[in-house]
Design a protein around this ligand. Structure first.
Ligand code: PEP
Ligand code: MN
Length: 272
């Protein structure tokens, strides 16, 4: 049956609904029954910065390290990421910390390079509708974390996941990261409604990124905990050694102390 955006998924047979999804990254199992935290800076800025962050987030309890090497910036004059050099720094941080790496791929032509380094490939919000990229990632054997487009509906997000899975790659993690609404007191509006709804409509793990979702550092912990209460399978949190000096998203990154405290609170909430 043809997919109709906004249609009920009840009568449709979709890959996103089939089978229990367990995504393995080394020893880590990402699924509906596990809880996983991905943490690290918005952008990889230097070898020292990413290694220092990897050690700190690991000590605080994160299981995967994130960091952008290819950055989708609103302005062409903003820092665009270190590219290949950033990927090399990420590999060094993995070596030092043992944490697997999550990093964004923005363009189909970069997939072979990024896949050489990344354990999980991120599709950013601005690329959720990039069907060429979705199809190409469907052809590789590597987990993908797919962020919701800032103006995408829940069925459109599922349809984007369907593209990857239809092409053969069933290792898809969904990530709610905030949508555009009339509200302008926060960067985006974190749509936590998406957590139970995506869980009902699919079998995929659903993560939440409160850092981009609210965009205000002091409010990130509250929304991270709200996401845990909503039942997400994991969090994606931006963490930087010196957030005020970050080359991208400096308003929303937690410092090591704030992240460590948040992790303790999340563990307490989850009774772990
Ligand atoms: C990011 O994770 O740094 C990022 C650019 O996220 P998004 O695509 O959700 O804006
Ligand atoms: Mn960011």
């Amino acid at each position: 049956m043809e997919w109709v955006p906004g249609a009920s998924m009840d009568s449709l047979k979709h890959a996103v609904q089939q089978g229990k999804k367990e995504i393995r990254v080394g020893d880590i199992v990402i699924s509906r029954d596990t809880f996983t935290v991905i943490a690290g800076p918005c952008s990889v800025e230097s070898r020292e910065q990413i290694i220092e962050t990897a050690k700190a987030v690991k000590f605080a309890g994160a299981q995967l390290l994130r960091g952008g090497a290819f950055k989708p910036r609103t302005s062409p004059y903003s820092f665009q990421g270190l590219g290949k050099e950033g990927l090399e720094h990420l590999a060094a941080a993995r070596q030092e910390s043992g944490l697997p790496i999550v990093t964004e791929v923005m363009d189909t032509q970069d997939i072979p390079l990024v896949a050489q380094y990344a354990d999980v490939l991120q599709i950013g919000a601005r690329n959720m509708h990039n069907f060429a990229l979705l199809k190409a990632l469907g052809n590789i054997n590597r987990p993908v974390i797919l962020k919701r487009g800032m103006s995408a509906t829940i069925p459109e997000l599922l349809s984007a996941a369907e593209y990857i899975m239809h092409a053969g790659n069933h290792q898809v993690i969904l990530c709610e990261r905030g949508i555009r609404t009339f509200e302008n007191s926060t960067r985006y509006t974190l749509d936590l409604n998406a957590v139970p709804v995506l869980q009902e409509l699919s079998n995929l793990p659903v993560f939440v990124d409160p850092s981009h979702g609210i965009g205000i550092r002091r409010h990130v912990p509250a929304m991270a905990k709200a996401a845990v209460a909503a039942g997400c399978s994991g969090l994606l949190i931006e963490v930087h050694p010196h957030p005020e000096q970050a080359l991208s998203d400096k308003e929303q990154q937690l410092d090591f102390g704030e992240f460590t405290q948040l992790m303790a609170e999340v563990r307490r909430m989850r009774g772990k």
